[in-house]
Design a protein around this ligand. Structure first.
Ligand code: ADP
Length: 378
């Protein structure tokens, strides 16, 4: 009987596991938040991932449970483990992808390079951090942020008062994360796959370009990254995967500072936007690799299959617009570009698909991907 993988969360990451699951002969089940989500092509149950009974019922007849996002609460994860369900990545490593304060403390213990940081509980403490860090800092809500929501640059201790108030009302309590405002020349991402047995493979480090807090573009491998940069980045990625006992795909977002250091920004323990290029530009895509890793099957080759890959995200335009109407024109104009769409309604600013181009000349590849993606936007 085919091995069964249960994915919690029905977004585009679960959707993009479907094709490799079919190729590998796996049976993929998805627990989606609602009907008609991006992953509804797979055998899909609909239910609340915060409800232990719902998740337990979903997990009952799969061989391993994995994730499209990291928001499943720890008590639900604990109930799964208690019931004998195999959960990968497990609750312990996931804790560090769920809470940025826990992550900073653990990475400190592991000796990983990161921005200077502190936990701050009120405006006075934040002001104290500002006073010792040049008067400006980045404040983050430890839990629940994504795409730049929950990240704010401040220059006065009172500028996060609304978040302190919200925390005081949250039963879990806690503090905010204050970080030095890093002077970076670019952002990078290092992906690593790790099996429960300990086997690991590192993908080449990539450059990620963000606009308005959202990943806009990825260049793989990172230009001028051969040699020391890629060695340091992969050592960081492998060290974190091992140190936190991650299973499946790990993405480590990094800052390259103007004085050429690499600092860890944040972690994702699942396939990640920075790795979408691997579908068309690497021997083994991150989605196939994640399935192999969580099933403890031998990992695939992460090497690029061409010199350059450029991935450009497609963001939604006005609600009424349909991607499908523009498909034919893009296919006609850019036959070498690979278009991936997520079956999502194109609300403004929402990631609804991406385009990847691969080839030997970076300028040509980047032009192809950007031009094709821009066809979809207004
Ligand atoms: P999210 O969880 O929303 O992805 P991140 O922690 O990745 O939040 O921050 C979003 C963006 O904000 C980063 O990609 C980076 O551009 C900027 N940023 C985050 N932390 C810092 C920092 N300490 N210094 C400078 N810029 C930062």
């Amino acid at each position: 009987m085919a091995l069964r993988v249960g994915v919690i969360g029905g977004g585009q990451l679960a959707r993009m596991m479907i094709a490799p699951a079919v190729e590998l002969g796996l049976d993929l089940r998805v627990l989606a938040e609602e009907e008609g989500m991006a992953a509804s092509l797979a055998a899909t149950a609909v239910g609340d991932y915060r409800d232990a009974a719902t998740v337990l019922a979903f997990a009952r007849d799969v061989d391993v449970v994995t994730f499209d996002h990291e928001h499943v609460p720890q008590d639900v994860l604990a109930a799964l483990v208690e019931a004998g369900v195999i959960v990968r990545p497990g609750p312990d490593p996931l804790r560090y992808a769920q809470d940025k304060l826990l992550m900073r403390a653990r990475l400190h213990e592991l000796g990983m390079p990161q921005p200077e940081w502190a936990a701050v509980s009120n405006a006075d403490e934040l002001q104290g951090f500002l006073d010792t860090h040049g008067g400006r800092a980045v404040v983050k809500t430890p839990r629940g942020g994504y795409d730049g929501k929950g990240v704010r640059v401040v220059s006065a201790g009172t500028e996060a008062d609304d978040w302190f108030t919200a925390l005081a009302e949250d039963a879990r309590g806690g503090a905010l994360l204050a970080e030095e405002l890093v002077d970076f020349s670019r952002e990078l991402a290092q992906q690593v796959a790790r099996r429960p047995s300990g086997q690991m493979r590192a993908y080449p480090v990539v450059e990620t370009v963000q606009r308005d807090g959202v990943c806009a573009e990825v260049i793989a491998p990172a230009p001028h990254g051969a040699g020391r940069l890629s060695q340091v980045a992969s050592r960081i990625g492998l060290g974190i995967a091992e140190g936190l006992d991650v299973t499946g795909m790990l993405a480590v977002e990094l800052f390259e500072t103007t004085d050429e250091r690499l600092l860890v920004n944040e972690l994702a323990m699942r396939p990640h936007n920075s790795g979408h290029w691997t579908q068309d530009g690497a021997v083994t895509s991150q989605f196939e690799q994640h399935l192999r890793a969580v099933l403890d099957l031998p990992l695939g080759d992460p090497e690029p299959s061409a010199a350059w890959s450029v991935m450009v995200n497609i963001l939604g335009g006005p609600e009424t617009d349909s991607l499908d109407q523009r498909f034919a024109a893009v296919m006609e104009a850019y036959p070498a570009a690979k278009v991936h769409t997520y079956g999502k309604a194109p609300r403004p600013g929402r990631k609804v698909g991406h385009v990847t181009a691969v080839g030997e000349e970076l300028d040509e590849v980047a032009y192809e991907a950007r031009a094709a993606a821009s066809f979809f936007e207004d």
